[in-house]
Design a protein around this ligand. Structure first.
Ligand code: IVH
Length: 702
């Protein structure tokens, strides 16, 4: 069947096709659900739904009363189309105390080599507690609206965004050809209360807080529901922009206002940390009168040129930070303590609580960290406890109300064996100095089912393999599944080989239908190609977090190079160890942990099986044809034109490896005044040494 592209349909063609699709899809639904006798494949069925949705998105006015997209509760498949962000949507680092903010500004000054008196203008504005949205305008018209998603890929909520009054469909003023405006969708407290009141009366969904309510309202298949909800929007940042309308943060936001957006009236410019902190205190004391929820204050460097120079670390900018408000507190009763076994075998006591609402969220458990913490708090089961919750972190127990201790309160005894079936002994790890650590670990390693499950959970988590539809909950179901057991990462990919028998098994499971089974397989297939840093992070090596994984990926470039190095280290190869040690931010703890991981037979086998199933994408080499790409550079002594960090970031952008120490592998040493032993060693082994000016000339920045 030859089909016209959605873009070329006329309005009347679209209307008649939507009618035909509604009838056709309803007939398939009937045959599939009621008669158990489908006449088309899942893929063909999905294609029909996708086309229906695409036409509706182009002609929102033509959405029919009987449209298949209005039937809620159907398979997840027709939820939302995905949009790849032209520029990733990042998150912010957090500051919890004034000292953190002072450190943050100090770091910026050092990075930029600004003296304590040099001017540095920064903005401060409320951190809105809503959900972020990226709006793309082409020639002044709204073309797409996407949620943040995982930062790289978001959900297409264009039709819904069009119904929000504070989001212009057409821009005013002197806008650039391409403009992505980003900001926060939120709901005012009075609107939220009114919506809940109406919903309660009508026996409909009640939302826990304005944030959930805004999210639920925006992520709606039925656009008319979004339209009926009082959503609002503050613009505060941007993605792709073809021609920048300003060169400061303040200027950009003022431009957004000219284009027709609302900006937060509490955004202000300051020239000192003290000014920022004063504004924080002002906003905090007025928090209750704003009429909408905020959870902190965001500080940003005002100059866009400086923002550019500062760049990013991992997934957050160096030039901004969120100063969070203190945690909210509540009182409840401790009903029990369970032991959880983490991915690394660490045994963590978890407090079970009588449910209590803290800052709009129902809390039922809290972390107790370790046995020492239980002792320090002196808490017993049955006690009344004070808890606090800050942001998304697990709530904590602050203390016990001893006066309320009941006569039958019971002390807690920390188990000496792992709660897993193996009942393996619990050991306390020694620290580098030979001191007994506080963490108790199960000694069962990969044989311990808890650790295996945790490894798998970590493997599928958002920042690792991030397989859609296979979250941390589902992986546990598969782990215990007799038909389709997933015991190691490779199993995920081997069950998803398009094998009819497996697909049928999956289809027959509770909670899986024909479409969702096919969808899950497709999502797994999607992740068979995986960036190197995610692969390394996903392995769950102790001490190898996201940033370390990125460092490894950049340094080794390919899976083979990393894997060879890891095996060499496990075999005690000293030269490889030295090379790894020379990488920035990689020290003995990480290297020992990599060595232990790859020295363990189960792990080696697990990794090999996984590597055979996936295709690892080489790390992006920022630039491969610069005069320093592929070269290992060491900076030593003082730099006069920029900070060490900036020099390093610049070198890495140009494809160089920056090492912390000089070895035979070093290609170039950039030495400034005061250089000592590194310079001496470099001269001794005959490595090229240049000064800062020569370095800048070499990279074309002189
Ligand atoms: S700036 C590159 N400004 O906080 C960073 N974010 O933790 C761009 N948020 O995902 C973000 N109010 O959803 C910025 N005034 C504000 C904000 C704000 C709320 C949210 C945003 C972001 C999250 C980061």
């Amino acid at each position: 069947m030859s089909e016209k592209s959605v873009d070329s349909l006329s309005e009347s063609e679209a209307a008649s096709e939507l009618k035909r699709l509604a009838e056709e899809i309803a007939a398939h639904d009937q045959r599939y659900h009621a008669e158990d006798a489908p006449t088309i494949s899942d893929a063909a069925y999905d294609a029909l739904r996708r086309r229906n949705l695409a036409i509706e998105q182009r002609f929102p006015a033509l959405v029919r009363e009987d449209s298949p997209s209005r039937k809620v509760g159907a398979a997840v498949s027709e939820k939302f189309r995905k949009i790849v962000h032209a520029i990733p949507m990042l998150s912010l680092d957090n500051a919890f105390a004034e000292a953190d903010v002072i450190d943050f500004v100090g770091r910026i000054r050092r990075f930029l080599r600004l003296g304590a008196d040099a001017p540095l203008a920064m903005t401060a504005e409320p951190k809105i507690d809503g959900l972020s949205l990226s709006l793309r305008y082409e020639a002044g018209r709204l073309v797409t609206a996407a949620t943040r998603g995982n930062g790289q890929v978001g959900e297409d909520v264009t039709a819904n965004a069009r119904t929000i009054a504070e989001i212009p469909n057409v821009l005013s003023g002197d806008f650039p050809e391409i403009l992505e405006v980003r900001g926060e969708v939120y709901m005012r407290l009075t609107d939220f209360a009114e919506l809940n009141r109406r919903n309660a009366e009508a026996g409909k969904q009640i939302f826990a807080n304005p944030r959930n309510s805004a999210a639920g309202s925006l992520r709606q298949l039925d656009t008319s529901i979004t339209a009926s909800r009082p959503l609002r929007f503050f613009a505060y940042t941007w993605g792709e922009v073809s021609a920048m309308p300003a060169d400061t943060q303040m200027g950009m936001v003022a431009a957004f206002e000219r284009f027709g957006f609302r900006a937060n009236p509490l955004m202000k410019l300051f020239d000192s940390v003290e000014g920022l902190l004063e504004h924080y205190r002002l906003i905090e004391s007025n928090r209750a009168t704003l009429g909408y929820d905020i959870d902190g204050v965001v500080y940003k460097v005002n100059s866009l040129e400086l923002q550019q120079r500062l760049g990013f670390v991992s997934r957050s900018p160096r030039w901004a930070i969120a100063h969070k408000f203190p945690a909210e507190k509540a009182t409840t009763i401790l009903t029990g303590i369970d032991i959880q076994v983490g991915r690394t075998g660490a045994l963590t006591p978890v407090a079970r609580l009588v449910p209590v609402t803290v800052g709009g969220v129902v809390v039922t458990n809290a972390t107790l960290h370790n046995a020492e913490e239980i002792e320090r708090l002196g808490v017993m089961i049955g006690d009344t406890v004070h808890i606090q919750r800050a942001g998304d972190v697990i709530p904590q127990i602050l203390g016990v109300d001893l006066e309320k201790r009941p006569a039958d309160a019971k002390p807690f005894e920390f188990p000496t064996v792992c709660p897993c079936d193996l009942h393996t002994a619990v050991v306390r790890e020694e620290t580098a100095g030979g001191v007994e650590g506080v963490v108790r670990r199960c000694s069962g390693e990969f044989a311990c089912p808890y650790q295996r499950i945790e490894h798998l959970r970590h493997f599928v988590s958002r920042r690792a393999f991030d397989i859609e539809g296979l979250g941390e909950k589902q992986i546990e179901l598969f782990f215990n599944d007799p038909d389709l057991p997933v015991k190691s990462p490779a199993d995920i990919f081997s069950i998803a080989r398009r094998d009819a028998a497996n697909l049928k098994k999956l289809r027959d499971k509770d909670g899986f239908g024909e479409t969702s089974a096919a969808k899950l397989f497709a999502a797994i297939e999607d992740r068979r190609k995986i960036p190197l840093d995610r692969m390394i992070y996903g392995l769950g090596i102790r001490h190898v977090g996201e940033r370390t994984a990125i460092t490894f990926a950049r340094a080794y470039g390919s899976w083979k190079a990393f894997h060879d190095a890891a095996l060499a280290i496990a075999n005690g190869d000293l030269q490889t160890r030295e090379e790894m040690d020379a990488l920035d931010d990689i020290g003995d703890a990480v290297i020992d942990s990599v060595a232990r991981y790859f020295g363990e037979e189960h792990n080696r086998a697990l990794v090999e099986k996984l590597a055979a199933e996936v295709e690892v994408i080489d790390a992006e080499r920022p630039v491969s044809d610069s005069p320093v790409s592929g070269k290992t550079v060491v900076f030593t002594g003082a730099l006069e034109r920029m900070s060490r960090d900036e020099a390093k970031a610049m070198a890495e952008k140009l494809g160089a490896k920056v090492a912390g120490s000089v070895s035979k592998k070093t290609d170039l040493v950039v030495a400034g005044p005061g250089a000592g032993s590194k310079l001496k060693l470099a001269t001794e082994i005959g490595i090229e040494v240049i000064d800062e000016d020569a370095w800048l000339a070499r990279i074309g920045k002189a």
